[in-house]
Design a protein around this ligand. Structure first.
Ligand SMILES: C[S@@+](CC[C@H](N)C(=O)[O-])C[C@H]1O[C@@H](n2cnc3c(N)ncnc32)[C@H](O)[C@@H]1O
Length: 487
């Protein structure tokens, strides 16, 4: 090797070698560096990856935690909802069970009702059949009765006119009896009286009474109307002619006539041409019931009442007044004071209908009116209020009052007693009429009518005195309409 050190080639060669070595070293260093670089890069990457993973793990942990919390919440909610739903289900179940029970009960009740209904229907049908049979039986009885001849008819067949007119009761002044009975019948005016009631009042046997009625009819004093009363034929006695009593000729001019001895029907001095008799007769007739009867017979409303089955012409007064003032309405509870023979009750019953109630009070007998209650009593009787409440149970909507006293013919007396009856009726009204209720009072017009009108004005919202068309023109009766009781 020392030979090579002086040689330039050698030197170059040496330099080349060292350069090659250097190159080799550089390359090796390069490799080493690359490797180290690679390693470093790898370690940085690994580190970064580690960091990322760590971050990821932390995030995941967080997310998982959140998820767990959320899941817990959701589960809690779900559990709550489930609990609620279960509770709801339980309630619904309970309800359904309760409903089932109620339905069962309802079904049982319905079954009971249906059973009852069926029984009631059966009963009603049986009752209907029974009623129909009864009706048929009654009709047959009625036909049979109608075919029956009364004792009076037998007498009429058997007795001569003389025997009928000459009828005499032992030890009795027949003229006096005829006058008395005729006057009594006249007292019942156009209503008439049932003969058996009259005979009871007179304490006459029904045989004597019936013969007497025949006699009165033949004398032209009365008429007899054959009627079926409680399944038996009897007669309603109606006045035809007022008897001539000594009282009725009290003021006759003949009693004090100086030429009475010379008076004869065909003579120069005769009752036919006597002006005193004419004056007296005219004055008497004006005040006598005969006049009233003549009027009554011609009367349009009386005829109408007869045709339409109303018991009195008074029915038309109430009909007319109610049409204008609506005193009575459907469903009303109505009290009728002084109701005989029942004309107003017939009208009231029709107006109130099925839901209403009608009660009548009169001291006279009133034949039954279906669907009503009739009390035979004086309005001054003590227990009258109790009787009224017994029937109605509560206060009434309307009080109607057509009270009339037994008229004497003296107007001031009759007027005073009629107004006095009205004040008694008002006392009843005050206890039984409901607030805002209505009333109707007949008033015999006279000096006290105005006082009565003002008395009523204090008690009602609206009060009016009026005279219906159906009231006879010459009659001095007015009607006091009272609406809206102030209580
Ligand atoms: C004109 S009538 C009534 C008519 C009746 N509104 C009708 O439509 O048929 C008068 C009635 O008052 C009756 N009366 C008079 N005073 C009476 C009293 N104190 N108590 C009960 N009724 C009485 C009479 O008996 C008579 O029947």
């Amino acid at each position: 090797m020392k030979g090579w050190e002086n040689n330039s080639d050698f030197m170059v060669k040496k330099e080349i070698v060292s350069a090659a070595n250097l190159k080799k070293e550089i390359e090796e260093a390069k490799v080493e560096l690359t490797s180290q670089n690679k390693k470093l890069k790898l370690s940085v990457k690994t580190e970064a990856k580690k960091k990322v993973n760590k971050k990821k793990a932390v995030t995941k942990k967080k997310v998982d935690k959140k998820k767990a919390v959320t899941k817990k919440k959701v589960d809690k909610k779900k559990a709550l909802a489930k609990k609620k739903a279960d509770k709801k289900k339980a309630v619904a179940k309970k309800k359904a069970e309760a409903k089932k029970k109620v339905d069962k009960k309802k079904a049982a009740a319905k079954e009971k009702v249906d059973k009852k209904k069926a029984e009631a229907k059966k009963k009603a049908e049986a009752k209907k059949k029974e009623e129909e049979a009864k009706k048929k039986e009654e009709e047959a009885k009625k036909k049979e009765e109608e075919a029956k001849i009364t004792q009076e008819e037998i007498w009429e067949e058997q007795l001569t006119e003389e025997e009928i007119i000459g009828f005499q009761i032992d030890k009795t002044d027949m003229d006096k009896l005829v006058n008395r009975v005729t006057e009594m019948i006249a007292g019942y005016e156009t209503k008439g009286i049932l003969q058996n009631i009259l005979w009871r009042k007179l304490k006459l046997s029904s045989r004597d009474g019936s013969r007497l009625a025949l006699k009165l009819e033949r004398l032209g004093n009365i008429t007899r109307e054959k009627i079926l009363e409680n399944g038996r034929w009897t007669y309603l006695l109606l006045i035809k002619k007022i008897p001539i009593s000594t009282k009725s000729i009290e003021n006759a001019p003949c009693l004090v006539c100086p030429v009475e001895g010379k008076c004869s029907t065909d003579g120069e001095i005769s009752p036919k041409s006597c002006v005193y008799i004419e004056d007296w007769v005219l004055t008497e007739l004006k005040t006598k019931k005969v006049m009233k009867l003549i009027d009554a017979k011609k009367d349009h409303y009386r005829k109408l009442a007869h045709e339409q089955g109303y018991r009195s012409r008074a029915s038309y007064k109430l009909k007319e007044l109610n049409k204008s003032y609506r005193i009575i309405g459907a469903g009303h509870f109505v009290l009728d004071l002084g109701c005989a023979p029942g004309g107003w009750m017939q009208v009231a019953t029709k107006i109130v209908g099925n839901k209403g109630k009608v009660m009548g009070i009169d001291s006279s007998y009133v034949e039954e009116i279906p669907g009503t209650f009739i009390l035979r009593a004086s309005i001054n009787d003590n227990n009258i209020i109790e009787e009224i409440f017994d029937f109605f149970v509560k206060k009434v909507n309307t009080v109607i009052c057509d009270l009339s006293p037994q008229v004497t013919g003296n107007w001031s007396v009759d007027h005073a007693s009629q107004i006095s009856l009205n004040y008694s009726a008002v006392k009843i009204m005050e206890q039984v009429l409901e607030k805002k209720g209505n009333s109707l009072f007949k008033v015999f017009d006279g000096e006290f009518s105005n006082e009565f009108y003002h008395y009523m004005k204090k008690k009602f919202l609206r009060v009016k005195l009026t005279k219906p068309k159906a009231s006879r023109k010459p009659s001095s009766e007015l009607y006091c309409i009272c609406l809206g009781y102030l209580g």
